[in-house]
Unconditional design. Structure first.
Length: 469
């Protein structure tokens, strides 16, 4: 049976109103679930870029409001807990949110419909089972070790763990949508709907007389996460069913796990690397310091979103080119470096120019993070200078090499943080982050050249691709 927004509107609305709305909802279907075509990577990147611009604005405004409502201490607790939950939830998907991006296009091109049905079903069940198990295990560990955790962190972390299964499932659904080139369906729930709902539920809680503290903010986040993910599950499932005729399923979970394991390691190291600085600041410093550092990083996210927007649009295209013309893969990969670097550089200049008044919006004391921007932006621009290199390696079958690079980078980041944060505070965290990001960019670019013969660096001349080793 075929489902869409249009057919749903006809069922739920009066007949005359449904007829009037049908052209509108059909247009929404056409945009959100547009079929793939030759320019799909560019289209996805542009849509992802637009969504990330809006998302960055929403996230910035919402974080400013949350910081002002809660104060730096409670806000610091909230951001540390929520950052940890995002990392843990994404990791608990065991890499399947990226694995499906690799397999879905391959199964579609090879007309392996039974395998396609199998991976769509098995991935959802597996991710829910694993993430739920991790949630209960983490709750038990926190309860047993609660005497060794600062008291003001125990209840917020215990509450936050309820988000783990929905964060993991949301990442998987995003991967499925990206594999079908549904850019809006992939990104809008996580980057638009969820942060707006967090803010809405927080406003409602304050209006009902609840205190503006970390526990209430986390409860608002739980409600927003479940509402967003369940709606996303219904929507993605319905539109996948429209494209896929019913039939038998072939499930090769062992083989898929063999591919997912190195991807899981890459993604785990990447998520930890992306947020290690916030976690390390939380380990060594007070919640107020976490709040200042997080606000600084959130301001810098206006530069980061270019990189993530391009990455979201090109991963599926990398996977397609990997099974085809290697020269096209090399040319396309080089293009994506330029797509990433120049907008990132422009945004970096804008953020440095406006960073101090932007940080002042968070409240008193947050301007202390402004000088850190000049150090942190070096690492962000260095990463942008090599484009979405880790996606190229992962989608072309070199996920093991990518995992090694990111693991080394994470080890470098943690080692530098342990050495520098106790002595230099937030400056030590910023120095550790910038240094590790520059190392990561250099190592990934070198690995792409050694494995694929592709020079993923903005100012390096192109080199004809050669057969992968």
């Amino acid at each position: 049976m075929r489902f869409s927004a249009a057919t749903t509107a006809e069922r739920l609305l009066p007949e005359r109103l449904a007829l009037r709305l049908r052209p509108v909802v059909e247009r929404i279907d056409a945009v959100v679930f547009a079929p793939g075509e030759r320019g799909e990577a560019g289209r996805m990147s542009l849509i992802a870029f637009g969504i990330r611009i809006v998302s960055a604005a929403i996230a910035f405004v919402s974080q400013v409001l949350l910081a002002r409502w809660m104060g730096s201490f409670e806000y610091g607790i909230f951001v540390l807990v929520w950052t940890t939950m995002i990392i843990a939830g994404s990791i608990s998907g065991f890499g399947f949110h990226t694995t499906v991006i690799r397999f879905i296009p391959e199964f579609r091109e090879k007309n392996m419909m039974a395998e396609l049905r199998g991976v769509l079903l098995a991935s959802r069940l597996f991710v829910l089972l694993v993430s739920t198990t991790i949630m209960f295990a983490a709750m038990l560990a926190l309860w047993l070790l609660s005497d060794h955790v600062e008291p003001y962190y125990v209840i917020p972390f215990m509450l936050g763990m309820f988000c783990l299964p929905m964060v993991a499932l949301s990442d998987l659904l995003q991967g499925m949508a990206r594999a079908h080139s549904w850019a809006i369906a992939a990104l809008a729930p996580t980057y638009l709907t969820r942060p707006i709902l967090i803010l809405v539920f927080m406003v409602l809680a304050i209006a009902l007389g609840y205190p503006a503290n970390a526990k209430v903010a986390i409860c608002a986040t739980i409600l927003a996460t479940y509402a967003t993910t369940l709606a996303q599950l219904v929507s993605i499932t319905a539109h996948v069913d429209r494209k896929l005729p019913p039939g038998p399923r072939n499930i090769h979970l062992k083989a898929w796990l063999a591919v997912s394991l190195p991807i899981f390691l890459v993604e785990s190291f990447f998520y930890l690397l992306t947020n290690a600085d916030v976690l390390m600041v939380g380990m060594y410093m007070q919640p107020e310091d976490v709040a200042v550092y997080f606000a600084t990083v959130k301001t810098l996210a206006l530069v980061h979103f270019v990189y993530f927007a391009v990455k979201a649009g090109v991963a599926q295209r990398y996977a397609q080119f990997t099974h085809g013309d290697r020269e096209k893969l090399a040319d396309f990969a080089r293009e994506t470096v330029a797509w990433t670097f120049w907008p990132s550089l422009l945004m970096a200049i804008v953020v440095l120019a406006l960073g101090e008044p932007m940080l002042a919006l968070f409240g008193p004391g947050f301007q202390d993070g402004y000088p850190l921007l000049f150090l942190l932006v070096i690492g962000v621009v260095a990463r942008a200078a090599v484009g979405p290199c880790e996606s190229l390696l992962t989608m072309s079958g070199h996920q093991n090499a990518c995992a090694v690079v990111i693991a080394l980078t994470l080890a470098l980041n943690i080692g530098l943080s342990v050495l520098l944060i106790p002595r230099f505070g937030l400056w030590g965290a910023a120095a550790a982050t910038a240094t590790s990001m520059a190392f990561e960019a250099t190592a990934l670019s070198f690995t792409a050249w050694r494995k694929l013969g592709i020079r993923m660096a903005i100012f390096m001349p192109p080199l004809a691709s050669r057969r992968a080793r």
